[in-house]
Ligand binder design. Structure first.
Ligand code: C5P
Length: 330
């Protein structure tokens, strides 16, 4: 089997914010029933998959030191899952060029998983159907299916059952990145603590929110933004209130904590307002950095396919224990 050093498949996947997040009670499996309105924004990670002797992960970017490079990395788990389904070993090098904040409530790990899945699918020429890719995404994590489809969508169940939503125009955002991250399970536990003893209604998707997205109307969207995890994120990270105040004072139409936080998302009128709000947030010292972004962004997409001489598809594992070593590598 040939090596193709330096030749790989690169896939780009977007960050998300939850413009609406209704959180229900904890289920028996520990997950919470959600009605989530996802919106993909133009902040991206890129994953490049290259044939290798074994599964390895490297990462570059400002948050690279916070990314695990072992099999706890969701991109590594995506490669493993796909290879296991086809009974061969995930012999691939995954390089992650990371621009989405780590543990920021923007589904950066999920974006990497969706990107790795698509990249390995192309590298190994498996031609997995879109439906099966979505099912694999759902196994990997609640937000991973949305990272694959992008745009705008409603997610129910634990967030993984996705229906695409129409979106009528471009929305401008400023993202205030915090100095550190929040663990999603810890934020959900804080949610449980805050609502203890309360009667939690089943989560429902807001119709006005969906209409505002379909109309492409930022003022209407500003009135309907909501995040049921926000009180929990603010309880764990009280200084986010100062970040929100700084962005609102600078002219943002509305703000909300993105998912489980601690990134704060500010909806603004247009690109000019985005630049002004980003500058004011940076000057305020209430966040690590402010980034501008637009929505909707496309879901995970192949940017660069493997070129040059093609490897044959990976050899399947032989049923016998003593298969030749060379068969274990795609
Ligand atoms: O699905 P994912 O692995 O991304 O979820 C991470 C964690 O977030 C879960 O282990 C769980 O603690 C929490 N979670 C939840 N309810 C959801 C989604 C996630 O409680 N619907």
């Amino acid at each position: 089997m040939t090596r193709r050093d330096g030749v790989g498949v690169t896939v780009r996947a977007p960050a998300k914010i939850n413009v609406g997040l209704a959180v229900g009670a904890a289920r028996a499996d520990g997950f919470h029933e959600l009605a989530s309105v996802f919106l993909a924004v133009s902040l991206y990670d890129e994953v490049t998959a290259t044939s290798a002797r074994t599964l390895t992960v490297t990462c570059e970017g400002p948050d690279a030191d916070k990314v695990p490079l072992d099999r706890t990395n969701l991109a590594a788990q995506a490669a493993e899952l796909l290879a296991n389904r086809h009974s061969f070993s995930p012999n691939v090098h995954l390089h992650i060029a990371k621009d989405i904040p780590v543990a920021g409530g923007m589904a950066g790990g999920s974006a990497d998983a969706a990107a790795a899945l698509l990249a390995c699918n192309a590298l190994w020429r498996l031609n997995t159907s879109y439906e099966n890719l979505l099912a694999l995404c759902a196994e990997l994590g609640s937000d991973v299916p949305f990272s694959l489809i992008g745009g705008a969508a409603v997610g129910v169940g634990r967030g993984e059952k996705i229906t695409k939503l129409p979106i009528g125009g471009e929305f401008h955002w400023v993202l205030a990145l915090a100095n550190g991250g929040l663990s999603t399970p810890i934020v959900f536990r804080e949610f449980d603590r805050l609502v203890q003893g309360a009667d939690i209604p089943p989560p429902v998707t807001s119709s006005p929110l969906i209409e505002a997205l379909a109309a492409g109307d930022p003022t209407a969207l500003a009135d309907t933004l909501h995040n049921g995890l926000q009180p929990a994120a603010l309880s764990l990270w009280p200084s986010l209130a100062a970040t929100r105040a700084a962005g609102t004072e600078a002219g943002a139409l509305a703000s909300l904590v993105s998912g489980s936080g601690p990134t704060t998302a500010f909806l603004v009128e247009d690109a000019k307002a985005a630049a002004a709000v980003a500058a004011a947030l940076t000057a305020s010292g209430t966040c690590r950095m402010a980034r501008v972004a637009t929505a909707p962004a496309l879901g995970a997409r192949v940017l660069q396919a493997a070129s040059g001489r093609q490897d044959p598809p990976p050899a399947r594992r032989l049923p016998s224990q003593d298969r030749p070593h060379s068969d274990r590598r795609p």
